[in-house]
Design a protein around this ligand. Structure first.
Ligand SMILES: Cc1cc2nc3c(=O)[nH]c(=O)nc-3n(C[C@H](O)[C@H](O)[C@H](O)COP(=O)(O)OP(=O)(O)OC[C@H]3O[C@@H](n4cnc5c(N)ncnc54)[C@H](O)[C@@H]3O)c2cc1C
Length: 299
């Protein structure tokens, strides 16, 4: 029934049985039945409406920097939004498409001497992923700077949600609860001084490079910060740094990261995650909950 999705939408880049490990930051993950790269909202709407009619499940990805896609891949249609990446500036508002890199948004803001979003200078996700996750770093969070998001529901309806309606929490937003697709976001910033903004961004990036294993594939911090603790410190204190399963390893540089050191699979990642959760629970009685999203089917 869905065999003709490529011929139905000849103008959209759609691949069949496309290996997602080519796109994920961990370099792991099996194939998507169908993988499409919509270029604009109109193409998104066509695909979402078609998928609904065909009862084809849809999974939306941005930069795939906060994901473990299981080795069996993802059923149905996967949309990667990185071709929707326009960024524009009007007064002190920066508007960015969902697929724009968050890092690019911070550079555009800096180049227009707009302050407030410096914290995101090194967050490697897309704008859509940042809204979905309420991404944050160094005391800043997406919720502090976003004025509204334009979203689509799974019927193809498009509407706006303001900051309050986005219902942000720690690594949480209404986008998760309502199963919405982020199309774009407006960031309300404040005029500042270019050199000061640049210095702040450079400093945060230097601190990141000093602490994080940026030379190896990873998905950032794997676990949420448990109430009253730091996940990285618990993992370090449990003696788990360097723990390896297959090609996935608890980073020796930053205990909160799991790096792909040698063609690791999603199964290797999941084995390391489960081991870390088990040992930390045994030693400290703390349940580590994953921040990284684990999606897809088993092999
Ligand atoms: C080296 C490294 C450092 C990192 N540092 C930080 C950090 O400091 N702070 C931080 O918060 N995170 C950090 N991350 C994690 C990650 O970059 C963020 O969570 C980011 O917001 C995820 O965006 P993404 O586009 O990569 O999302 P993806 O990984 O593609 O997707 C994550 C989730 O968001 C959903 N999603 C993505 N786009 C959309 C959309 N348009 N509409 C609806 N749902 C969508 C996906 O379905 C998925 O459930 C880091 C990751 C790495 C690899």
């Amino acid at each position: 029934m869905t065999e003709n999705i490529q011929t139905t939408f000849p103008e959209i880049n759609i691949k069949k049985d496309a290996l997602l490990s080519q796109y994920t930051f961990t370099h792991t993950g099996g194939p998507a039945d169908w993988l499409a790269f919509p270029k604009n909202v109109d193409e998104m709407k066509q695909l979402v409406t078609y998928a609904k009619e065909q009862q084809l499940p849809i999974t939306v990805l941005g930069n795939a920097s906060n994901l473990i896609v299981k080795d069996g891949g993802i059923a149905g249609l996967v949309l990667i939004l990185t071709a929707m990446k326009d960024i524009s500036v009007s007064d002190s508002t920066v508007t960015a498409d969902a697929g724009a890199a968050y890092i690019e948004v911070t550079k555009v803001a800096r180049d227009h001497s707009l302050s407030g979003i410096e914290f995101a200078a090194g967050i490697p996700g897309s704008v859509g992923g940042a809204v979905f996750m309420n991404a944050g770093a160094y005391g800043g969070e997406t919720r502090n700077v976003i004025s509204k998001a334009t979203v689509m529901d799974r019927d193809g309806n498009i509407f706006e949600l303001n900051n309050q309606e986005l219902d942000f929490g720690y690594r949480h937003s209404a986008v998760q609860d309502q199963n919405l697709i982020v199309l774009s976001a407006d960031f309300g910033l404040i005029p500042g001084d270019y050199e000061t903004i640049k210095a702040q961004m450079d400093d945060l990036n230097a601190r990141r490079a000093a602490k994080q294993p940026l030379d190896l594939p990873s998905c950032g911090s794997v676990f949420k910060r448990p109430e009253g603790y730091f996940a990285g410190k618990l993992i370090h204190d449990a003696g788990l740094q360097g723990y390896t399963s297959g090609g996935a390893q608890v980073s020796k540089k930053h205990a909160g990261f799991i790096v792909n050191i040698n063609n690791g699979t999603a199964t290797d990642y999941l084995n390391v995650i489960h081991h870390v959760q088990q040992v930390v629970k045994e030693k400290f009685g703390v349940e580590l909950e994953t921040e990284v999203r684990i999606i897809g089917r088993d092999k």
